[in-house]
Design a binder for this molecule. Structure first.
Ligand code: PRP
Length: 178
């Protein structure tokens, strides 16, 4: 797998340090509340697992599976809900946990849907923000890193379901997906 990586963007250590800071901030902001963390599968599972361990307040977790890329590197603009939440979010402080915000189409669709269910608050926490590619504005409350417009994999992020288990985030060699 590692031979397919052109450059490491964030090492395991750098990711860990950044998540510690995010966890502290989220713990302060949600102090006295009982937030529901909504993990967007599949890419965000690793981020969620590490972030949760840095958050020092009571919370609950639920999962939603969304598909937007359909095996390609480009968003199709179509968002499909593959698995909906099991929990009611009415009156809850909801924090969406995402691995990457790219065009913003996924977060736009998800937040529009979740808002109809009347949460008390709804915020987004993404590990990676590829701002340059945005097609629709997204209000991100917490982010790990801003990244350039390169195809990244590892730490939960895949290309055709591969590379999710790399412990770092790296740029995939063009020849793999060209
Ligand atoms: C990725 C990522 C986001 C979305 C971001 O999901 O996890 O949900 O794309 O792209 P956008 O801002 O352009 O909408 P993907 O469909 O690759 O599924 P996965 O998380 O299961 O890998």
């Amino acid at each position: 797998m590692e031979k397919d990586i052109k450059e490491i963007l964030f090492t395991e250590e750098e990711i860990k340090k950044r998540i510690e800071i995010l966890g502290k901030k989220i713990s302060e902001d949600y102090k006295g509340k009982f937030p529901l963390f909504v993990c967007i599968l599949r890419g965000a599972f690793m981020f969620l697992a590490d972030l949760l361990r840095e958050v020092q307040i009571p919370l609950s977790v639920d999962f939603m599976a969304i598909s937007s890329y359909g095996g390609n590197t480009e968003s199709t603009g179509q968002v499909k809900i593959l698995k909906d939440l099991d929990t009611s979010i009415k009156g809850r402080d909801v924090l969406i946990i995402e691995d990457i915000v790219d065009t913003g189409l996924t977060m736009d669709a998800v937040t529009r849907l979740l808002r109809t269910r009347k949460p008390k608050s709804l915020k987004i926490c993404t590990l990676l923000d590829k701002e340059e590619r945005r097609k629709i504005p997204v209000n991100i409350s917490y982010y790990g890193f801003k990244i350039p417009n390169k195809f990244v994999v590892g730490y939960g992020l895949d290309y055709k379901e591969k590379y999710r288990n790399l412990p770092f985030i790296g740029i995939l060699k063009e020849k793999i997906y060209m």
